[in-house]
Design a protein around this ligand. Structure first.
Ligand code: ATP
Ligand code: MG
Length: 200
């Protein structure tokens, strides 16, 4: 007897300003551990927690995400958040993805810092019906899912990459290299478009 299972789709949300190897390793590890068929990277529109003056244009962040994920056949990129007007809330991201992929089981991937904030997210009680949540370890943050529903939130230890987009932006601004912190194509995209240089 053959049974056709629902597609298992990871959702990796982030500002990706810029995308770096910490994001890519998190997605790859969750894909393997949770037997995912695909991981959709979703660059945020205007993140509601971040100062909009300081966030790079969505189109640059989207293109860097496309460049970074292009070589992995399981990775795709969605424009749902950058094409939606107003600030980005995860509840909208998941509802939009669910409406385009109603057959799929969604797995939302977050780092240890992001999961710690989830109870502050808009409509957090409704999040649990839309996706399973996978919280991955991140250097400098304690991985805790205390107080969150155990049946829909999992924890996963992944190889520790002490990389943040904030640090990458600061390095570029100081003229330090970001080679090997971000994919090669992203290094070149940043240089080509003079991103993260305060004098630019
Ligand atoms: P910023 O410094 O601008 O906040 P960031 O490096 O935290 O950037 P985000 O785009 O804010 O990157 O993060 C997107 C998601 O990826 C979040 O869930 C975050 O916790 C996770 N993440 C980011 N970097 C890592 C890392 N090095 N290891 C594990 N998870 C990470
Ligand atoms: Mg962050």
């Amino acid at each position: 007897m053959t049974s056709i299972r629902a597609p298992r789709i990871g959702v990796m949300g982030g500002t990706f300003d810029p995308i770096h190897h910490g994001h890519l390793v998190a997605a790859s590890e969750v894909a393997q551990s949770f037997d995912l068929d695909e991981v959709i990277f979703v660059p945020t529109g205007m993140p509601w927690q971040k100062d909009k003056e300081k966030v790079t244009a969505g189109e640059h962040r989207y293109l860097m995400t496309v460049i970074a994920t292009a070589s992995n056949p399981q990775f795709t990129v969605s424009r749902v958040d950058i094409d939606r007007a107003g600030p980005t809330y995860t509840i909208d991201t998941l509802r939009d993805l669910k409406s385009t992929r109603p057959d799929a089981e969604l797995f939302f991937i977050t780092g240890a810092d992001a999961i710690a904030q989830i109870l502050g997210w808009r409509d957090h009680d409704d999040l649990w019906d839309l996706a399973h949540f996978v919280a991955v370890s991140r250097p400098g943050h304690v991985l805790s899912t205390e107080g969150l529903p155990e049946d829909v939130v999992s924890r996963l230890e992944i190889p520790a990459l002490a990389i943040s987009s904030t640090d990458c932006r600061e390095r570029v601004n100081r003229g330090h290299p970001v080679w090997y912190l971000v994919p090669d194509g992203v290094v070149q995209y940043i240089a080509k478009h003079h991103l993260y240089r305060s004098e630019a």
